[in-house]
Design a protein around this ligand. Structure first.
Ligand SMILES: *Cc1c(COP(=O)(O)O)cnc(C)c1O
Length: 409
């Protein structure tokens, strides 16, 4: 089910015409569909019903506070990778026992905060991190739950810059190091080794790599004989960004996980980001200029790579949709670009598009994940607003940054 869709030449978000929003709020701005988020969250829960997993939303994919509150209401926990994300998750009311702390470079300050909050698991990624945690706890009687992130040596078959599971990547511990570190943790009086975690990358649309991960985990369990209380399978479930690209087959993945946990007393954790929020967001932007240069038409938008970076950073392809499609189409070389002074500040090339004019609005599609959270003030442009649509209602869930706050530093 798509809650953001073209119907009779108009783009709708839930029950609201997108053009109505474009006229009300200053462009560019992010716009999310509450129904789509709920739909995605439930789809994941339903697919894995037999497993009854704990779903910990990956806060780095979208860290808007109101959004986190909505996810909390749906029953989500949080996967956090910094002290800022940890504090945001708790501020949103997410129970500390539903928060896992991941990341390869946790500082002492961050670990102290995680201990103070009593998070469910700290997923460690190095021996020195374990030593740091142990040192912090040395003179206390506390016992903290630890998970070790395994590097399963499984490449996610995705874009190189979002693949994290190969043995040459910086993430997790390879088999031998995992075994050695687990022996060490078991002897430490302040640490409880309760979890094994993996995350092999993002936008994975094929179940095969996930199956390989499950076998890699089995190998560890057979070797160590540890009954892990938590097996954290990370996120990475891919979505459909184009007609050619299919979203991951969740039922097939769920079947593999069900088989895997048979006869195991363990809680499965997932850390999805993109799957929950990716297709629930669009970036509404206005055409400020159209310029013809050397047989190419540049459609210059008021949104740039500072607002949405995935294309410049990963070469990600995001469709662009007119808010009001015309019956005439334009044929030629079109290039949708932003206003930033970088040649990588471009979004999409098209050969055919609904006829466009200066002042028209278009939406960059599927930008809910790693959109706003990756944005910056580059070129001294303010961070933009975020709007949530819920049924027939809409409200700002983040104000556009004021010029006053922008120029203060
Ligand atoms: C980024 C990240 C996720 C979320 O990945 P998605 O592809 O958005 O689901 C989950 N876990 C960890 C450890 C991550 O770094």
């Amino acid at each position: 089910m798509n809650f953001i869709r073209l119907r009779k030449n108009n783009l709708w978000v839930d029950n609201i015409l997108a053009i109505k929003l474009a006229k009300k709020y200053k462009t560019p701005f992010y716009c999310y569909s509450h129904s789509q988020i709920q739909n995605n969250f439930e789809a994941l829960n339903n697919a894995f019903k037999a497993v009854n997993p704990m779903i910990c939303f990956s806060v780095k994919s979208n860290s808007n506070l109101s959004l986190l509150k909505e996810l909390k209401k749906m029953g989500s926990g949080a996967d956090v990778v910094s002290i800022g994300e940890l504090l945001k998750a708790t501020k949103a009311g997410i129970n500390n026992k539903k928060i896992v702390f991941s990341g390869i470079g946790k500082t002492e300050e961050e670990i102290r905060m995680a201990i103070k909050k009593g998070v469910l698991l700290i997923n460690v990624e190095s021996e020195s991190e374990v030593n740091l945690i142990n040192n912090i706890l040395k003179n206390t009687s506390k016992k903290i739950s630890i998970g070790i992130r395994l590097n399963p040596n499984v490449a996610g078959k995705t874009h190189q810059k979002i693949s994290t599971g190969g043995k040459d990547e910086k993430f997790g511990l390879i088999y031998k190091d995992f075994i050695n570190l687990s022996k060490k943790i078991i002897k430490m009086k302040n640490l409880k080794l309760e979890g094994i975690s993996v995350h092999i990358g993002s936008q994975i649309t094929n179940v095969q790599p996930f199956k390989k991960v499950l076998s890699a985990i089995n190998k560890i369990i057979n070797k160590t004989r540890i009954n892990f209380k938590f097996i954290d399978l990370g996120g990475g479930m891919g979505i459909s960004y184009s007609k050619k690209e299919k979203q991951i087959n969740l039922l097939e993945y769920a079947k593999a996980v069900s088989k895997f946990i048979k006869n195991k007393k363990t809680k499965i954790i997932f850390e999805p980001g993109r799957f929950i929020i990716g297709n629930a967001g669009i970036l509404i932007t206005k055409i400020i200029h159209i310029k013809k240069s050397n047989k190419k038409y540049f459609i210059i938008l008021d949104a740039g790579m500072n607002n949405f970076m995935r294309t410049a950073l990963y070469g990600a392809i995001h469709q662009i949709i007119p808010l009001k499609k015309t019956n005439n189409s334009f044929k030629g070389n079109l290039s949708f670009v932003g206003p930033v002074c970088e040649s990588s500040d471009k979004f999409l090339n098209e050969k055919k598009f609904s006829k466009l004019a200066i002042g028209d609005y278009v939406a960059i599609a599927n930008v809910g994940a790693y959109g706003m959270s990756l944005s910056s003030n580059y070129n001294s442009r303010p961070t933009i607003a975020e709007v949530m649509v819920k049924g027939s209602e809409h409200k700002v869930i983040r104000q556009r940054q004021s010029l006053e706050s922008l120029i203060n530093n």
